[in-house]
Every structure is written in structure tokens, then in C-alpha cells.
Design a protein around this ligand. Structure first.
Ligand code: PBG
Length: 327
């Protein structure tokens, strides 16, 4: 038979397959999310996220040694405060948990790129990402607190801030305050396409941030909507976002693709807690090959257009890349 086109020619062996490989997961792409709390010598595993811990500050430094040694360029810090209140005051306190963690991380590892999650939900007793009045999540009064939170992170030495609250106008509010206070050089990575997702379940267990009433559907987006995500993203870029996060990632490849095509800005895919938990649970049962599944999921995000990968698998991925070279 005379076939003109034989795509299998370029799949014949590993050498040619590597030569024509279109997308790669690189250690430089990785951002490792980490949870920090007050106290000493504490390293609490999050039960639904095996291998992910909530660290006291001294343990954080030990864990960061490993991150730096593996060549992972950046971490994304989440704080678990000792106490919560209705206005989330731990979020913007000069000596709050994230602020202390940033100071310590930058002191020990000046080269490590430290990004902070800017939100109130870990710090409010009601678990919502904004102020509450009569059961409603207030938008505009929340903006100042978010901006104060971002500023307190910048003052502590954060390299970049990542607002994850989904209030309208928060990127503009943060940009304005940072600029006014002399932090015009600090980039904003906005969680622009953030969906009201069931995939955040394990994170909320870790952060104790499950809303005490209602849900997040009045501020996070309906998973059915793609055009809305484009409008959110365009707005955030207009307001001054430098990078965009799409979250979750695995079920949202179309959003990653469209964001990249339409806006061209650097895009980070957030491979969230529930995605991590599913892979861990199935591999613990011997039902899937963890490494293959993780690398396939991550390269699919790169293929869709992501530049950066925010993932709890980052340590494993960095180790695998060391052992075997780029995947
Ligand atoms: C805070 C925040 C959440 C996540 C990141 N920032 C939780 C939420 O919106 O409920 C989720 C991260 C994950 O699931 O890995 N707003």
C-alpha cells in the first residue's frame, strides 16, 4: 500500500519522539503552594492531601530548603491564623502569619520568589472572602481590606501578590494602594477565572475556610460559563493585572486556552486541592500510575496555553524531572 502520510514515522523511537515533542513541563514553570501557621516544630499533614502539610514557621524554613534545592523558583503562601474574626483582621495585620512567613522566607532565601494569596476567607469566622452584612457579601467595603492585605504582604517583602477573592474592582484597588505606597514594581497575579468549584474541598479542610452559611456563588463564577471568564479576565487586565490564574485547571483547559489566545498575558494554571486529592487517592489504591497521570495533567495545561503551573505535586515533579530530564 502506498500511503503518502505516515505520522507513525515520527513516533518510531524515543529519540525522534523527544525531538518532535511540542510541550514540556519544566522546573521553572512550577509554583508550590504552602500552608503556614504559628507555633513551633509543627508539621501537620492535611488528611485529604497526603504529602501536603501545614507548617509552623521553623518547619517552613526546613521545607523551603528542599524547595530551593530542587530548583523550584516560587512558592505561593497561605496563612492559617490562630484566631478568626468577622473582619478577617489576621489577613492584614503587620505581624500576621503570612507576613511573618514572608519575612522569614525572604531572609533565609532571598532568591526564592515569594507570592502571597490575598484573601479574607482563611481569616474570617464566617469563612467568606469579604465583609458580611445581613447575610450578604459586601463588595466595595471589602476592597480596602484586600488592598491593605496586599500592602502588608509587600511591606513584609513579598515579590508578588495574588488576589483570590473575586470581588469586583479588587485588582484596581490593590494596584492603586501598592503604587501609592511605593510598590509600583510589585506585580499582581489575579485569580481572574476562578470558578465556584467543588474541587476546593480539601483546601477548605486545610484552611478551615468553608463558608459557615451559603456558598461562594455570588462571587466565584458558575462552572458552566466560559464567556464570563473572558470578561473577568479582560477587566482584571484593564485594572492592572500582570498575570492571570485559571482555577481549577484540569476541567478548565478551554478557559486556559481562550485566556491565552485572547489576552496573551502570562497564564498560570492552578492544579487545585481536589485534583491533587483525586490523583493521590487513586494512586494509593493502585488504580493509576501517579507519575504518569500527574505529568500528563500538567503537560495538558501547558498544551492549553499555561505558562506557569501552581501545583501541590511540585516537589515530586521537580524530583522526577531531575531523575529523568524534561518530560
Ligand atoms: C481562597 C482560596 C481558595 C483556594 C485558593 N485560594 C479556596 C476557595 O476559594 O474556597 C483553593 C485552592 C485549592 O483548592 O487548592 N479564596
Amino acid at each position: 500500500m502506498e500511503l503518502k502520510r505516515r505520522p507513525r514515522r515520527l513516533r518510531a523511537n524515543q529519540a525522534i519522539r523527544s525531538m518532535v515533542q511540542e510541550n514540556h513541563v519544566r522546573v521553572q514553570d512550577l509554583i508550590y503552594p504552602m500552608f503556614v501557621m504559628m507555633g513551633e516544630k509543627k508539621k501537620l499533614e492535611i488528611s485529604s492531601m497526603p504529602g501536603v502539610y501545614n507548617f509552623s514557621l521553623d518547619e517552613l524554613i526546613l521545607a523551603l530548603q528542599e524547595v530551593v534545592k530542587l530548583g523550584i523558583p516560587a512558592v505561593l503562601l497561605f496563612g492559617i491564623p490562630e484566631s478568626k474574626d468577622s473582619v478577617g483582621s489576621g489577613a492584614y495585620h503587620e505581624h500576621g502569619i503570612v507576613q511573618e512567613a514572608v519575612r522569614l522566607a525572604k531572609k533565609h532565601f532571598p532568591e526564592l520568589y515569594v507570592i502571597t494569596d490575598v484573601c479574607l476567607c482563611e481569616y474570617t469566622d464566617h469563612g467568606h472572602c469579604g465583609l458580611i452584612d445581613q447575610g450578604q457579601v459586601l463588595n466595595d467595603p471589602t476592597l480596602d481590606l484586600l488592598a491593605q492585605t496586599a500592602l502588608s504582604h509587600a511591606l513584609a517583602g513579598a515579590d508578588m501578590v495574588a488576589p483570590s477573592d473575586m470581588m469586583d474592582g479588587r485588582v484596581a484597588a490593590i494596584r492603586e494602594l501598592l503604587d501609592k505606597e511605593g510598590f509600583s514594581h510589585i506585580p499582581i497575579m489575579a485569580y481572574s477565572a476562578k470558578f465556584a468549584s467543588g474541587f476546593y474541598g480539601p483546601f477548605r479542610e486545610a484552611a478551615g475556610s468553608t463558608p459557615q452559611f451559603g456558598d461562594r456563588r455570588t462571587y466565584q463564577m458558575d462552572p458552566s460559563n466560559g464567556n464570563e471568564a473572558m470578561r473577568e479576565t479582560e477587566l482584571d487586565i484593564e485594572e492592572g493585572a500582570d498575570l492571570i490564574i485559571v482555577k481549577p485547571a484540569m476541567a478548565y483547559g478551554d478557559i486556559i486556552y481562550r485566556t491565552k489566545q485572547k489576552c496573551g498575558v502570562p497564564v498560570a494554571a492552578y492544579n487545585v486541592s481536589g485534583e491533587y486529592a483525586m490523583v493521590k487517592a487513586a494512586s494509593a489504591n493502585g488504580w493509576i500510575d501517579e507519575k504518569r497521570i500527574v505529568m500528563e495533567a500538567l503537560v495538558s495545561m501547558k498544551r492549553a496555553g499555561a505558562d506557569l503551573l501552581i501545583t501541590y505535586h511540585a516537589l515530586d515533579v521537580a524530583n522526577w524531572l531531575r531523575e529523568e530530564g524534561p518530560v
